[in-house]
Ligand binder design. Structure first.
Ligand SMILES: Nc1nc2c(c(=O)[nH]1)N[C@H]1C(S)=C(S)[C@@H](COP(=O)(O)OP(=O)(O)OC[C@H]3O[C@@H](n4cnc5c(=O)[nH]c(N)nc54)[C@H](O)[C@@H]3O)O[C@H]1N2
Ligand SMILES: Nc1nc2c(c(=O)[nH]1)N[C@H]1C(S)=C(S)[C@@H](COP(=O)(O)OP(=O)(O)OC[C@H]3O[C@@H](n4cnc5c(=O)[nH]c(N)nc54)[C@H](O)[C@@H]3O)O[C@H]1N2
Ligand code: SF4
Ligand SMILES: [Mo]
Length: 743
């Protein structure tokens, strides 16, 4: 069999001693099988404060332990991001901890009788293979030939390893496949990227404009809490979404915009606001440059001009613009997060940032705040001699001028022979399922085929593990200590990740794994700490914190600082000019449009629908699809299709009904597995919608395997944002076929 040098191995089964015996795992989650999950209402006799990792918001939790098992996870009332409440995913953390499919032993790929198989080996042996191969890559190609992909708290230990090792090639799909264009757009306009948690004052906004951002389905805890609080205080929503989202259901205005035309709508809104003098003229005179140019730029971008592009009637554009402007400055244009839609995303985010500026909401109550951070001194470790990055090279990002992080898809490109960037030879993949996260699975596999080493550090036998040479089982967040979390927030805080119960099987914390690799390649001195707990304690003590109190509470609160003009903090614009760039000289100098221009998107082939993607409240991408607790309320994704369209779809003998199964076939012939249909009035007729993360191909994920359709498998095309390298993925089109028809 020739599938290149590497083939996907189905982790588990015979190679692991027949561990894959399906037990009664389907419906009851507190059952009698040996992998039982306790009733998640069970009080513990011991409670440990830590923070959640079911997504990356990092809510503080209290984990109850009874008879050595975690029984219940609740919100930590003292933690500013949870305020005592969790989203369904966070409450379902035991479904990950006691997932019977977890990785519990290190695995190494072996060739046996011409076939690839995994062999379970000791940690020493697995780390030995990693060390040996890393050193071989270094000898032949230099340290920069090693790349790290990372997502999640434990990634910090591997970033530290890369620093000591001497490679700057550290990337995360959560930048160029997620919020990168937003960071670039806000950086260009206000001089600062937004980061996470976003510095917005949802709770005090009077009008909240959501452009595709589907809060309520996107469950970032504190934002959803604040949205509810704002609505409770009378705030109104304007929702721009081709789909009638949960938030749209609560909105004063729902604008079912044609996908890909938001920039036209934003320009028309600006036209109304500026021509009718509804902008904050005093604020802009003081804080912004380029107002006259902007006025000229949007002078002909009337609602009548935008109508044929967006499909939104001129009266609705005018009315909603006036409504948004009337609430200024407490009129919050939400910045969104997953911004990689069409490849011109930095410019769309610029348009959103400029609208926020016209409303005078930057640095104002109910708009954008200035956040503070708690400092924690570093652990005393010698800096690597090369200062962390090799002098010989720059990150393999592809050279995008406004990228503030390495482009993960660029690292992938730089591993494919023939590409201009080519020279990466080894990947360490920490907590990323690149098969679902990167655009173009074909390119990802082509890159993997060329590697001398692929190490996957994961908690589950995910798809990426099947392509690895070495799989290193990390224990879950409930079984480990990690670095201190101290993000910028309006209530500055630091939070501790603490072991609640010991690691299951032979799984190990990330710090231990990173240190183990470092020791094998002679970099042990850069990991001098005994364990992560000691590392954190040293840092806390150096900072003068009461370690015992911090450990008991799980969180230390800092002094809240003034966060906006109304509270005594002047509006700060750290751009070069010190002013908000309505017109961006920086972009002009780089040869890009200095003010956002609307360019129509390419249409799909006849009979095809644009494929849109998003989130479900009870799941985080594919991370939680195998979690039995969370699978109960949402066992698989469905493809949303407009009810009128479903009545007479070519190729189907009768109208489609909710629950029917179909296959999705994209413009390049890529196919999904069978997926249920949701026939609904809640989506436009020119697009379909899928929740991301389903259609998992790893068979050892016994709960998730084969359920639903993978949007990622249908992203065979993407459009690269020339400003920051983001990969716009909403440029794929699918048609529906009856399930069962063969390719
Ligand atoms: N087609 C398509 N692509 C997308 C998106 C989309 O909607 N559609 N969304 C994009 C977005 S917004 C983002 S942020 C990225 C996210 O993409 P990634 O960065 O890949 O992140 P996750 O999907 O969270 O990573 C999942 C992997 O982490 C493993 N994991 C879970 N917990 C732990 C842990 O504690 N330790 C370790 N070591 N591993 C763990 C899981 O088993 C799984 O293999 O994907 C982007 N890519
Ligand atoms: N429950 C849950 N919450 C999560 C996550 C999760 O996995 N699960 N992931 C977190 C992460 S990493 C991220 S990045 C965020 C992502 O969440 P968001 O940033 O809120 O949203 P997106 O995924 O970009 O957008 C999905 C929405 O955009 C709409 N949309 C698609 N195309 C267009 C268009 O052309 N124009 C307009 N106006 N709307 C469009 C879709 O219909 C859908 O409602 O969610 C975070 N929160
Ligand atoms: S939002 Fe939910 S999943 Fe994310 S950290 Fe908070 S509780 Fe956990
Ligand atoms: Mo994301």
């Amino acid at each position: 069999m020739t599938l290149g040098r590497r083939q996907f191995i189905r982790i588990g089964g015979a190679a692991l001693g027949g561990a894959a015996v399906a037990s009664g795992l389907t419906t009851r989650w507190w059952g009698l099988d040996r992998d039982r999950i306790d009733d998640p209402g069970t009080e513990g006799d011991r409670v440990v404060a830590t923070f959640c990792e079911l997504c990356f918001w990092g809510c503080g939790v209290k984990a109850h332990v009874k008879d050595g098992r975690v029984t219940k996870i609740v919100g930590n009332p003292d933690h500013p991001l949870s305020r005592g409440m969790l989203c369904p995913r966070g409450a379902g953390g035991t479904g990950l901890l006691y997932d019977p499919d977890r990785l519990t032993r290190p695995l190494v790929r072996r060739q046996k009788r011409g076939e690839d198989v995994f062999e379970a080996v000791s940690w020493d042996a697995a780390l030995g293979v990693v060390g040996e191969k890393l050193l071989a890559v270094k000898r032949q190609h230099g340290p920069e030939a090693v790349a790290l992909f990372t997502h999640g708290s434990g990634g910090s230990w591997f970033k530290h390893f890369m620093k000591a090792w001497g490679s700057p090639n550290v990337g995360a799909p959560s930048y160029a496949q997620c919020r990168g264009p937003r960071e670039a757009g806000y950086l260009l306009t206000f001089g600062t990227p937004l980061g996470s948690p976003e510095p917005i004052d949802l709770a005090n906004a009077r009008v909240i404009t959501l452009i595709g951002s589907h809060l309520g389905e996107n469950m970032h805890n504190t934002q959803v809490q604040e949205l509810a609080e704002a609505i409770g205080k009378g705030a109104e929503l304007v929702v721009v979404d081709p789909r009638y989202s949960v938030a749209a259901g609560k909105a004063r205005y729902w604008l079912p915009v044609k996908p890909g035309t938001d920039t036209a709508l934003l320009l028309a809104w600006m036209n109304v606001i500026l021509t009718e003098g509804r902008h904050d003229a005093d604020y802009l005179a003081k804080h912004a440059v380029g107002l006259e140019e902007l006025k000229a730029h949007v002078a002909d971008k009337t609602p009548e001009w935008a109508w044929p592009h967006t499909g939104i009637r001129p009266e609705l554009i005018r009315e909603s613009a006036r409504f948004i402007a009337a609430a200024r400055p407490a009129s919050l244009v939400h910045p969104g997060r997953h911004a990689v839609w069409y490849g011109d995303d930095t410019q769309r985010m610029r348009a959103m940032a400029i609208l926020a500026a016209l409303l005078g909401s930057w640095g104002r109550r109910g708009g954008y705040l200035s956040y503070g951070k708690m400092g924690v001194p570093a652990y005393p470790v010698a800096e690597p001699p090369h200062g962390g990055a090799s002098a010989a090279d720059r990150p393999k990002a592809g050279g995008f001028p406004i990228a503030s992080e390495v482009i993960a898809s660029g690292l992938c490109d730089a591993s494919v022979p023939g590409s201009a960037l080519y020279d990466l030879k080894a990947w360490i993949v920490y907590g990323c399922n690149l098969m679902q996260a990167l655009p173009s699975r074909r390119q990802t596999i082509a890159a993997i085929q060329n590697l001398d080493l692929l190490v996957a550090v994961d908690v589950l036998p995910a798809e990426i593990c099947g392509w690895a040479d070495v799989v290193l089982p990390e224990c879950t967040y409930l079984e480990r200590d990690d670095d201190v979390a101290a993000p910028a927030y309006k209530q500055p805080f630091l939070a501790l990740r603490q072991e609640v119960v010991p690691p299951l099987g032979d799984s190990r914390p990330g710090w231990w794994i990173a240190k183990g690799i470092a020791e094998k390649v002679g970099l042990g001195p850069f990991f001098p700490w005994k364990d992560a707990r000691e590392y954190v304690d040293v840092r806390l003590r150096k900072g003068g914190f009461d370690v015992d109190a911090a450990r008991a509470a799980g969180v230390v609160l800092g002094r809240p600082i003034a966060t906006c003009e109304e509270e005594g903090l002047p509006v700060q614009i750290p751009t070069e000019s010190g002013k908000i760039a309505l017109r961006s000289e920086q972009l002009a100098k780089l040869g890009f449009d200095p003010m956002p221009v609307y360019y129509p998107q390419e249409e799909g082939p006849p009979g095809h629908f644009r494929m849109l993607m998003g989130r479900a409240p009870t799941h985080t991408f594919g991370r939680t699809t195998n979690n039995r607790l969370l699978a109960e309320p949402f066992p698989e994704n469905e493809v949303w299709i407009n009810a009128d369209v479903a009545k007479a779809l070519p190729g189907f003998e009768r109208p489609l009904a909710t629950g029917d199964r179909v296959m999705l076939v994209n413009q390049d012939g890529a196919r999904s597995g069978p997926v249920r249909v949701k026939v609904t009035e809640r989506i436009r007729g020119d697009c379909v919608y899928l929740v991301h993360g389903w259609g998992q191909e790893a068979p050892r994920l016994r709960q998730a395997h084969g359920r639903g359709a993978s949007d990622a498998a249908l992203v065979t095309r993407y459009r690269t944002d020339p400003i920051m390298g983001g990969t716009g993925m909403n440029v794929n089109f699918v048609r529906l076929e009856p399930a069962g028809r063969s390719a």
